[in-house]
Design a protein around this ligand. Structure first.
Ligand SMILES: [Zn+2]
Length: 620
């Protein structure tokens, strides 16, 4: 064993010291705070590599180091196995960013390289946190007393929705960025570890797979999550995904209608349910197309809602989430093509965006266009299953084929000709993670999947103008106008993710980076009578609400207009009129009126405002 040696790389902002055993210490010279490698095992990270039918695991703890003026090359040199793996640490031109990357001999297939392994850690005593761009943003403090490991895959459902993470330790801030969908971040918290004298250690790992070969760390000096977001905003602009309202409205003037618009969605005009054997269980008409128009007119005339994104689902031939991609003719039970064309005209006449809900990711075995050729294939050629929805078991259409289906004369071109909606919604496009497809006729990497999905968005925009999809991802900012689901899910902040389990809370990180680029809503139904916290969350982020909860038919004609009884200052407060502007309306309408009249003007005046500061007014 040769003795451990250390070399260092220094600029006026940082000093990076790396040892031949793979450990490192990077000091932010502005704040004097140091960031260190794995506290549990002395090494840089690990590599999992396939060699001649076997998978080998390497502990990256022995290097030959060569230093140049602005970089350090770390050549992996273990005692037994011979693999050519070099880690490069490079100081970038701003003098405060380090890029970590690797090179490996071409014949070797890398399964996973963990270059950042439990690195950049901080303790409970250091008063800090890690921020993660999942939906609006999550702040995970280092003193929660919770133990956990949570992975955030780039662009997956409730993973990293932007290609970044941030850490603050004793008011010293760093930004970690990458530009590849094959990066998986892991945040780990351990308690009472013997490795470091601390009650809690919070650390970060990054797994690089396939095309992911690098990440960057920028040392921002003194700062908080607002400083991290500001720094990332500049990187986002350079990546080309940043597109402001000004640019978008120039290209699609109707996009201006989204500023201050609430999201009203009648999910299932026609609701047809199948069981797991694809037998029909029920067919229900919730709203005819005539009723659709009347509801929009009611919102405009009786509630005086000026700005609305009015979406309907279940208008397609067999009802909501049934027999995609065979959408036409429009559901005969609801009035068919003629009635839908009439509804479209009437809703647009109100000055609203009239938006149709569609889907080019799911197909069903009873769809007339069903063909195994369209379906995504796994590595062994097996068909990839989607979720189980109203129309039964869905299968995933390869996104390359999805675009072709959307372009068929009987799909979007015909919808344009028949109904001419001025907005469109393709479900799941942004929500699901990026996929790989192994069908030799239409193979996909995650990059290809992103590209075909972006093409679908741009094609839809070319026909209808305003376009949106579910949840929202950074790669979709430049090819859509609204995200439905980023702000919340069914009255809560997240869907499956439980912030409590990490002692974490929500921060408006997304707003600090992309606020002036896109309309953002929550998704799914929620209980208006218990929605106070959800409403306040929307006031804090300055985003209009989504109204997805209705009763069948012309709901306001049947509903009671009585005020709720009992204590008025609880989670039901937004369904009360109390002599206010919602007096005499039914419960649903009272909630809509009370909240829209606050949130719509709020978004109107702040849609193009960039957040430059964020603070808590009370300690709790
Ligand atoms: Zn494919």
């Amino acid at each position: 064993m040769s003795a451990e040696k250390t070399v260092s790389l220094e600029s006026s902002y940082i000093k990076c010291e790396v040892s031949t055993e793979g450990s490192y210490k990077i000091t932010d010279k502005v704040t004097g705070i140091s960031w260190c490698s794995n506290p549990y095992i002395k090494r840089l990270g690990t590599a999992t590599i396939k060699m001649k039918d076997k998978t080998l695991y390497f502990s990256l703890n022995k290097f030959e180091i060569h230093k140049t003026d602005r970089s350090i090359q770390m050549k992996y040199s273990p005692d037994k196995e011979e693999i050519m793996l070099t880690i490069n640490v490079k100081l970038l031109d701003d003098e405060k960013t380090l890029e970590f990357s690797y090179e490996i001999e071409e014949e070797l297939e890398v399964e996973n390289i963990r270059l950042l392994e439990d690195g950049l850690w901080l303790t409970d005593a250091e008063d800090g946190y890690i921020i993660v761009p999942v939906r609006e943003g999550l702040l995970i403090p280092s003193n929660s007393g919770r133990t956990f490991i949570h992975t955030f895959e780039t662009f997956s459902y409730e993973g990293c929705h932007m290609e970044m993470l941030g850490i603050v330790k004793k008011k010293s801030a760093i930004l970690i960025t990458w530009h590849d969908p094959y990066v998986i971040a892991e945040v780990k918290s351990t308690l009472n570890s013997v490795a470091v004298q601390a009650k809690q250690i919070l650390s970060l790992s990054l797994d690089l797979r396939k095309t992911a070969k690098a990440f960057r760390i920028t040392f921002l000096g003194e700062g908080d999550y607002v400083a991290i977001a500001r720094a990332y905003r500049e990187i986002a602009k350079k990546k080309g995904w940043f597109m402001s309202w000004k640019q978008k409205i120039k290209e699609v003037p109707n996009a201006a209608k989204l500023i201050g618009a609430s999201n009203f969605k009648l999910w299932s005009c026609l609701d047809r349910r199948l069981d797991y054997k694809m037998n029909e269980k029920s067919v229900t008409v919730n709203w005819t197309f005539e009723e659709v128009a009347k509801i929009a007119e009611h919102l405009k005339k009786d509630l005086k809602i000026e700005k609305a994104l009015f979406i309907i689902g279940g208008w397609i031939h067999k009802g909501y989430d049934n027999q995609h991609p065979d959408i036409l003719p429009a559901a005969p039970e609801c009035g068919g093509n003629k009635a839908l064309a009439e509804a479209s005209k009437r809703v647009k006449n109100l000055g609203y965006l009239f938006c149709l809900h569609d889907n080019y990711q799911d197909i069903y075995r009873d769809s007339p266009s069903w063909s195994e050729d369209l379906i995504m294939k796994g590595p062994d050629g097996q068909l990839i299953k989607g979720g189980f929805w109203a129309g039964g078991q869905a299968w995933l259409i390869c996104s390359k084929m999805g675009l072709e289906l959307a372009k068929r004369p009987q799909n979007l071109p015909k919808v344009k000709e028949l109904f001419n909606p001025n907005a469109y919604f393709n479900d799941t496009t942004f929500a699901t993670g990026l996929y790989e497809c192994y069908d030799p006729k239409h193979p996909l990497t995650k990059w290809n999947d992103m590209r075909w999905k972006q093409e679908l968005c741009n094609y839809t925009i070319s026909l209808f103008g305003v376009f949106g999809s579910e949840c929202g991802r950074e790669w979709a900012i430049s090819c859509s106008h609204f995200f439905e689901g980023l702000a919340g899910v069914g009255g809560r902040y997240y869907h499956a993710l439980n912030p409590e389990s990490m002692g974490a809370h929500v921060i408006p990180l997304f707003e600090m980076v992309y606020r002036n680029c896109i309309a953002v809503y929550g998704k799914y139904e929620y209980d208006y009578s218990r929605a106070a916290e959800y409403v306040i969350h929307h006031i804090i982020i300055g985003r209009p609400l989504h109204y997805h909860t209705w009763n069948r038919g012309l709901y306001w004609e049947k509903e009671s207009k009585d005020e709720p009884q009992g204590w008025p200052y609880d989670s039901s407060c937004f369904i009360r009129a109390d002599n206010g502007w919602a007096e005499g309306l039914c419960m649903i309408d009272r909630f809509i009126k009370n909240t829209h009249e606050v949130l719509s003007p709020l978004h109107d005046i702040t849609a193009e405002t960039v957040i430059t500061e964020h603070e808590y007014l009370t300690p709790d």
